[in-house]
Write a protein that binds this ligand. Structure first.
Ligand code: AMP
Ligand code: GLY
Length: 440
């Protein structure tokens, strides 16, 4: 099976990741028409924004039928965890339209930490030791903390908690108290179940895999910068920047990742007959040269996508075709060896409260995607949280822009992005100045 030679695509989501997808899709000669739902001010230069809620499946169905959509690409996890893929498969009018993303069952690899840990343990994927606690076995949970693991203690809400459900605590008594508070609903329903984990020390790397459920392709890896402050200080954010490739992810290390982690993961998906046609984002810890899985996500990363896709030279619709129709094995992904770096500009106050609707000045007039050219030497300003208000581009989220550049080294790429950021202004603009510096 193949997609038609040219296709209409509906892309769900509205962040920097989706702008990067839209930018890459817009470069394909196989694109007829691209819609982004709901998109942002930047995605308008790559396609048509559609005012649709990615969680409103009946509305998506109607849009898909009205606009002769041939393929749906899902950016964020929420619609996947809510079962958008199953919704399509269970409806005879749209069953034939492929969705890039896993089924609801397979999306539990991200939606439930316990499900993911049990999957890893069934398939021999190296990860931290763990123990699952509910209100019924709190005492055992407290005993696991005191007897089986050492400080710092890692407590994770089982369900999706908007990236806030992980606590890392030094003191045992405090960890035991937090465990009880989580079970009592500190993170709502997400923490009715808590996974206690052994702490892994090392440096993190994000690995991305495309799969059609049978075979796989490993995409460029990336490192992201989660903390708000320079030197990895302060609270966690959605991601303040990213770099690809990652110097410590040597060919030897990546071969370990492939044989010990990616292969058994794909084998597990196959053996358990999970319906998985999409991207797997494996968050890994490099523990002294040995990779261990921290988490699975069932989508691409943000801001990692903003450095992964600009390094891919091959056609993305061909890749989607391989994923959707079980022909991934036949596809080739070509990647530039150059370095991509993205620096995220956020709203003042983020990740706490922040203002929205502030005008942004100095954005490049040919926004990313408009020229359709490849990002060989240009800086691409991906929009993350922006909106159009009365013809003016304004801030509309915590993460506002992700400014990506290619270069022959990490400093060459980041310097180019910082240069572009100089010229962009909005009240409260903040970015980390040290993206990539720890890798030099
Ligand atoms: P997660 O939501 O599982 O990605 O966890 C959020 C962050 O917490 C990760 O990106 C890590 O930085 C950290 N983390 C999670 N699990 C562990 C662990 N077992 N050991 C050390 N750090 C961890
Ligand atoms: N950058 C981390 C994530 O997308 O979850």
């Amino acid at each position: 099976m193949k997609l038609p030679q040219t296709v209409n695509i509906l892309l769900l989501g509205s962040g920097g990741r989706e702008h990067a997808f839209a930018w890459k899709i817009a470069q394909s000669p196989r694109l007829e028409k691209l819609f982004i739902a709901p998109g942002n001010a930047g995605t308008r230069s790559c396609g048509v924004n559609a005012d649709l809620d990615p969680s409103n499946f009946p509305a998506i169905k109607q849009f898909v039928l009205n606009n002769y959509i041939n393929l749906v690409v899902v950016g964020p996890e929420q619609p996947l965890v809510e079962g958008v893929k199953d919704y399509f498969l269970n409806d005879s009018e749209i069953r034939h339209i492929p969705v890039i993303g896993p089924s609801q069952e397979a999306a539990r690899l991200e939606g439930s930490k316990e499900y993911a840990k049990a999957f890893m343990s069934r398939h021999g994927v190296p990860t931290a030791a763990y123990f699952t606690v509910t209100r019924d076995n709190v005492e055992e949970g407290c005993a696991f903390l005191s007897d089986k693991v050492q400080t710092p203690y890692v407590l994770k809400a089982d369900g999706l908690a908007a990236g806030k459900g992980v606590l890392i605590i030094d003191d045992l008594a405090e960890a035991q108290a937090e465990l009880r508070a989580m079970l009592e609903g500190k993170f709502g329903a997400a923490s009715k179940k808590v996974v206690i984990e052994e702490f892994l020390s090392g440096i993190e790397v994000s690995v991305f895999v495309a799969t059609d459920g049978k075979s796989y392709k490993i995409l460029p890896e990336a490192k992201d910068y989660k903390r708000i402050g320079e030197g990895d200080t302060g609270p966690n954010t959605g991601g303040m920047g990213a770099v690809s490739p990652v110097p410590f992810a040597t060919p030897e290390f990546m071969e370990k990742v492939r044989t010990r982690i990616v292969e058994p993961t794909i084998r597990g998906i196959r053996e358990e007959e999970l319906d998985y046609t999409g991207f797997i984002f494996i968050g890994l810890m490099n523990c002294g040269g040995e990779p261990k899985v921290i988490e699975y996500n069932v989508r691409m990363g943000d801001p990692e996508t903003e450095v992964v896709l600009p390094r891919i030279r091959s056609d993305i619709i061909d890749l989607f075709e391989g994923i959707a129709h079980g022909t991934l094995e036949e596809k080739t992904i070509t990647v530039t060896p150059r370095t991509a770096a993205t620096v995220v500009c956020v709203s003042g106050g983020y990740p706490g409260g922040y203002a929205k609707g502030l005008p942004i000045q100095g954005l490049p007039t040919a926004a990313a995607g408009e020229s359709g050219v490849e990002a060989e030497d240009e800086t691409i300003v991906f929009h993350a949280g922006t909106a159009l208000k009365g013809g003016e581009t304004v801030t509309a989220g915590g993460r506002v822009l992700a400014v990506t550049s290619l270069g022959d080294s990490i400093p060459a790429a980041t310097e180019r992005s910082y240069g572009t950021i100089e010229g962009i202004t909005y009240e409260g603009k903040y970015c980390r100045r040290d993206i990539g510096r720890d890798l030099l």
